[in-house]
Design a protein around this ligand. Structure first.
Ligand code: NAP
Length: 519
């Protein structure tokens, strides 16, 4: 039996436990994992609270060393991860190695950012004692950590958005302790990474409460975690129902806290009239690759495509179906995601006017969680007539919607919910000719792409992986890239403070040599 990690100790109560299920074979893991008790949760929260003051005052260079140490320790466990994660997720070895690389890359990116130090946005307004009619006081502000952060692991990124993924890395970089709620689908993967994190905490001399990881049911333990008064923010990637439930819980607290939930997006693609006949085959091949990447289980999966009707549209549909027929069914990450996909397709197919152009048949005898791609089509009029038609169907499905005039697309976008991305395909002149559409889209999404597909999110300074609700619960933030750190900080102003009592970032002599905004 394996247990939760509570600081440097392990949970002990094994009265309730669970196993991982291999989505390819349906086989249960040899190992069982004990659900954390409420008393273990309490200890983890108390340790995190104690650690938060120490971490808040930890110099950037030491936080950078810690983040790099976590990355090095994960690198050293990649072979273990390959074994356990391929079993628990059904993902191929190459994906495990690539995702481990991305995870470590994210940790090192935040290390570079906090080592440099400019990210704190230090602002200095010098005193003007002689200002008339009133003197101006000395005011200095910077971003400071918010306190312990609860992170819910994502099923679709067992490494990059789980124990030491983007949410945890950005929280640690900000100076916040992290308590992770492991995902029930990959407890062994979570444990390997958690052990690597604990080694890093110890070897860098960080406080015990810097990190804990709890196994448990979202609706019981997850709920208690979010409601705990010591928790000051939540990071989440998953379903709209789950993210919204956590957001509502957090808002109902005596002290409401922010929930940064990344949830649901259909990432609409707009084929504009300028897309030439000779570019159609390239477009179809790119769409097929993007829509079926990772069996469609990426947040940026392009789920709805608007295209001109007539011969070009007919060709698009038939070439796309031909492409997808070549893609064999493969397993989804867990039984719940498979069930949601199958139910989502059934719901979509039953909407008035929706035609199923292709739905892969899963051969009998295939593994328990196998599904294949699906292509559906609908006219713009029928699309506009249904409210639920644009709800996310998480998986390798694409709804093709034919339009006769780009003016109709304005009505489409006005009715669209918030999205992570939108992709526009056509000529440069199409952007000018459809400036109103582009402006409306900008107000609806987090990332706009031109002649590119949305999957394969680059982790860097400029990336935005966010968007208005329901893409996220906080459209002012991103969960990927350097800006993700700003979710876990708040501005604090020091007025009239003596030099020696100011944080180094705000001292007159600028001992850290960081870029500051001086008035
Ligand atoms: P999920 O059901 O939302 O679960 C994610 C995490 O939140 C799990 O730890 C879960 O706990 C917890 N949780 C769920 N509902 C909760 C609630 N009401 N209260 C407290 N905690 C709760 O997501 P999933 O398992 O990853 O996948 C299910 C569906 O989510 C998919 O079919 C897909 O539709 C959607 N999804 C979307 C994205 C995206 O990026 N758009 C990514 C992943 C999944 P347990 O461990 O107890 O379940």
């Amino acid at each position: 039996m394996d247990f939760s990690i509570i600081g440097f100790a392990r949970g002990e109560d094994h009265s309730s436990s669970f196993q991982a299920i291999n989505p390819v074979t349906g086989e249960a893991s040899m190992q069982s994992y004990a659900h954390a008790t409420l008393s273990e949760l309490e200890t983890a929260c108390s340790l995190a609270k104690k650690a938060s003051t120490i971490l808040a005052n930890m110099p950037g260079v030491r936080k950078a060393d810690f983040l790099e140490c976590v990355a090095d320790r994960i690198d050293a466990r990649v072979e273990d991860l390959v074994k356990v994660m391929t079993f628990e997720s059904g993902l191929p070895e190459a994906r495990v190695r690539a995702e481990a690389g991305r995870t470590c890359g994210q940790l090192r990116m935040f290390a570079g950012m906090v080592r440099k130090g400019d990210w704190v946005q230090a602002r200095i307004d010098q005193a003007q004692p002689d200002r008339k009619p009133l003197p101006k006081p000395d005011l200095r502000s910077m971003l400071r950590p918010i306190g312990p952060v609860a992170v819910f692991c994502a099923s679709n990124f067992p490494l990059a958005y789980s124990v030491a993924g983007g949410d945890s890395a950005s929280a640690w970089a900000a100076g916040c302790p992290v308590i992770v709620k492991a995902h029930h689908a990959h407890p062994g993967t979570a444990l390997v990474v958690a052990e690597a994190v604990v080694e890093a905490v110890k070897s860098c001399g960080f406080p015990e409460g810097t990190f804990s990881m709890l196994y448990g049911d979202g609706r019981k333990l997850g709920k208690e975690l979010v409601m705990h008064p010591f928790i000051k923010a939540v990071g989440f990637t998953g379903s709209r129902a789950g993210g919204r439930a956590l957001f509502d819980l957090a808002s109902s607290r005596v002290e409401p806290i922010a929930v940064f939930a990344e949830m649901s997006s259909v990432n609409p693609v707009f084929v504009l009239p300028g897309l030439m006949e000779d570019k159609l085959t390239g477009f179809v091949s790119g769409l097929a690759g993007s829509a079926t990447l990772g069996n469609g289980q990426f947040c940026t999966n392009p789920g709805i495509v608007f295209h001109p009707d007539g011969p070009l549209g007919d060709r698009l549909l038939s070439e796309y179906v031909d492409r997808l027929k070549d893609i064999p069914p493969c397993p989804m990450l867990h039984a719940g995601i498979r069930e949601a996909y199958v139910n989502g397709l059934d719901r979509l197919s039953s909407i008035e006017g929706v035609k199923v152009a292709y739905r892969a048949v899963v051969p009998s005898g295939s593994g328990g969680c196998d599904v294949g791609p699906c292509v559906l089509s609908v006219s713009l009029a029928d699309f506009l007539a249904s409210k639920k038609i644009s709800d996310e169907v998480f998986g390798p499905s694409t709804l093709l919607v034919s339009y006769s005039s780009t003016d109709q697309l304005l009505e489409v976008v006005q009715g669209l919910e918030g999205q992570l991305t939108t992709s526009l395909f056509g000529e440069v002149a199409d952007l000018k000719a459809n400036a109103d559409l582009v402006a409306l889209l900008e107000a609806t999404v987090g990332r706009m792409l031109f002649n590119q597909f949305p999957t394969g999110v680059e982790v860097c300074g400029a990336i935005v992986h966010g968007g208005p609700y329901p893409a996220t619960t906080d459209g002012q933030s991103t969960s990927v890239g350097e800006r993700a750190i700003y979710r876990f900080v708040r501005p604090v102003c020091f007025q009239g403070f003596p030099e020696e009592a100011l944080p180094d970032e705000l001292k007159e002599g600028n001992p850290l040599g960081i870029k500051r905004m001086d008035a």
